[in-house]
Design a protein around this ligand. Structure first.
Ligand SMILES: Nc1ncnc2c1ncn2[C@@H]1O[C@H](COP(=O)(O)OP(=O)(O)OP(=O)(O)O)[C@@H](O)[C@H]1O
Ligand SMILES: [Mg+2]
Length: 417
């Protein structure tokens, strides 16, 4: 049976195949092995779907249609059974995930030159925190999605365990590693014993010492930055004429978080925004909100904010360009402000590291290596908060975006190779 390793990420996805030349990642868009987890339905072409970079480009070019990003997040929320409107019909969000999964499977089959029936599928340690039934439902939903996409043999591996498998390939000695996979939607931690002698062993369960996970990721960082730096320019925090009431927050909150942006494009949201605009003390700001809702610019803002966040990884300050809302409009942001805005999230990461150590029954000083992976591990404050907890450990990195997919593919090779 041919098998793939599939990392379905909140922000980016990759798929690997097992063939004559061993385990390798399949090209999924041109030569690229990583695909942004995005789908765009083109309303002017019978809702034709586009995937990845081309989905984002179609939306950004101003084509009329629906862009979907952060689809994985809906598995962890009440949106799990929701539909989204296309030009003449609506579609279940889980069916959009199935289309994306099938697209990735086709890319893998094309690279392999043969049908692929089995998949080793990544999953976060926790889809849902503190609710085992909801967590199981999320995995069951993803299994049903994979079946719909054509797989008949489906198994799940924790994403940080997959990253550990990849890291172990280069290990030259036995060590205790804490893997920190900080992605777009979740942050996952695993403590594992790895080493060249252990690599080939059939049953590795005894080497997995603990796993923890929290629903904190880059999309939350984007939301907080947007709420702090951008939404105030659209009226958040200003007042209504009537009794100095504060501006209602909900539309701003939906607009600032990738999974809920499409909720702001409904006629109900627009009606409410018009009402708020009529009563606003600073109508020049709420006028921008109306522009954003009318022209479906929410994702454009989210991309601009994400770009600003990434810029703050290397720079102390940046300006988030919003000229597509209003000529010359921009939102200044500094790294200090950003770090303050994500303080709660950083604390939750810190607690998850502590929990992982406690579950493994280890002291912070027992960890030899921290293996950092996932795009959000590049945020300096994130690396600092994880490394701070582990004083004896050296920090290692692999491929920040592809180590999970490679690890899943190595596991597929072991199981089906
Ligand atoms: N240089 C950078 N600095 C800060 N953040 C970054 C940088 N590059 C990418 N990111 C962020 O990393 C996140 C994506 O990381 P990654 O691809 O590892 O997530 P994912 O695997 O799709 O998500 P998950 O594993 O949580 O489902 C995005 O939020 C992105 O904005
Ligand atoms: Mg990931």
């Amino acid at each position: 049976m041919n098998a793939a390793g599939f990392d379905f990420g909140t922000s980016n996805s990759a798929i690997g195949i097992v063939g004559g030349n061993g385990a390798r990642l399949a090209p999924v868009e041109g030569d690229a092995t990583m695909l942004p987890s995005a789908v765009f339905f083109d309303f002017n072409d019978h809702d034709k779907p586009f995937y990845g970079r081309s989905a984002i480009d179609s939306y950004t070019a101003g084509n009329d249609g629906r862009l979907m990003r952060s689809l994985k997040t809906i598995l962890s929320t009440s949106l799990i059974n929701e539909r989204t409107a296309l030009s003449k019909r609506s579609i279940l969000l889980t069916d959009v995930i199935a289309m994306f999964t099938r697209h990735m499977r086709s890319c893998a089959e094309e690279a392999l030159g043969a049908p692929i029936e089995a998949v080793v599928h990544g999953r976060p340690v926790r889809f849902v925190e503190g609710d085992d039934a909801a967590d199981r439902l999320a995995e069951d939903t993803l299994r049903a999605v994979a079946q719909k996409a054509g797989y008949s043999d489906i198994s799940f591996v924790y994403e940080p365990i997959a990253a550990a498998t990849q890291y172990e390939q280069s290990a030259t000695r036995e060590e205790i590693v804490l893997v920190a996979d900080i992605g777009g939607g979740t942050s996952d931690f695993s403590i594992v014993r790895i080493g060249p002698e252990r690599r080939g062993a059939e049953d590795r369960r005894g080497d997995i010492l603990a796993n923890t996970g929290v629903r904190v990721g880059g999309t939350d960082f984007d939301r907080n930055l947007s709420m702090n730096a951008v939404m105030p320019l659209l009226g958040l925090g200003s007042e209504l004429v009537d009794k100095s009431l504060p501006m209602p927050r909900s539309t701003y909150a939906d607009l600032a978080w990738w999974p809920t942006i499409n909720l702001t494009y409904t006629s109900k949201a627009l009606r409410e925004a018009n009402e708020v605009h009529r009563l606003a003390v600073e109508p020049q700001k709420t006028a921008r909100l109306l522009t954003v809702l009318n022209k479906h610019l929410g994702h454009r803002i989210a991309f601009a904010v994400e770009g600003g966040k990434i810029a703050l990884t290397d720079a102390e300050r940046t300006a988030i360009a919003l000229a597509f809302v209003e000529a010359g409009l921009e939102a200044p942001a500094t790294r200090d402000e950003f770090e303050e805005a994500i303080e709660r999230e950083l604390m939750r990461l810190r607690i998850s590291v502590w929990d992982c150590l406690a579950l493994a029954d280890l002291q912070d000083t027992d960890i030899d290596t921290v293996f950092m992976t996932g795009g959000s591990s590049l945020v300096p404050a994130v690396e600092a908060v994880v490394a701070q907890e582990l004083t004896n450990a050296s920090v290692r990195r692999g491929d920040d975006f592809l180590s999970v997919a490679m690890g899943l593919t190595l596991e597929a090779q072991k199981r089906y190779g």
